[in-house]
Write a protein that binds this ligand. Structure first.
Ligand code: SF4
Length: 103
């Protein structure tokens, strides 16, 4: 599983060039709360806000390339949820294809 950018160790963040990732400020926004269950409405609202954060992130393209090159763990990656990215990968599409779909 490819670790979400918000959950990378400091060493990995530096090695992979993710020190400026916007999701580092609030990791649970992108990967979900660990301690409590979310309702579907809460999850949808969180995804919407995480997507807005991704759209403002300078590493969006780099994030999608890393996700599509691996097997992204659950979370929002560059505006996509991991399931959507897995479908993109399974269809043989590239990160550039995913980027072209970013709003
Ligand atoms: S595009 Fe989104 S998930 Fe990817 S590094 Fe930036 S804020 Fe994090």
């Amino acid at each position: 599983m490819t670790v979400h950018p918000s959950k990378l160790s400091l060493t990995s963040r530096e090695a992979l060039g993710f020190t400026e990732a916007e999701c580092l400020y609030d990791p649970e926004l992108h990967t979900g709360p660990e301690a409590v269950d979310e309702s579907p409405e809460e999850e949808a609202a969180r995804h919407l806000i995480a997507t807005e954060v991704c759209l403002a992130c300078p590493l969006l393209g780099q994030c999608l390339r890393r996700a599509v090159a691996g097997s992204p763990e659950p979370g929002i990656w560059g505006t996509f949820d991991a399931e959507s990215l897995t479908a993109i990968i399974d269809d043989g599409n590239t990160a550039d294809h995913a980027l072209s779909e970013v709003a």
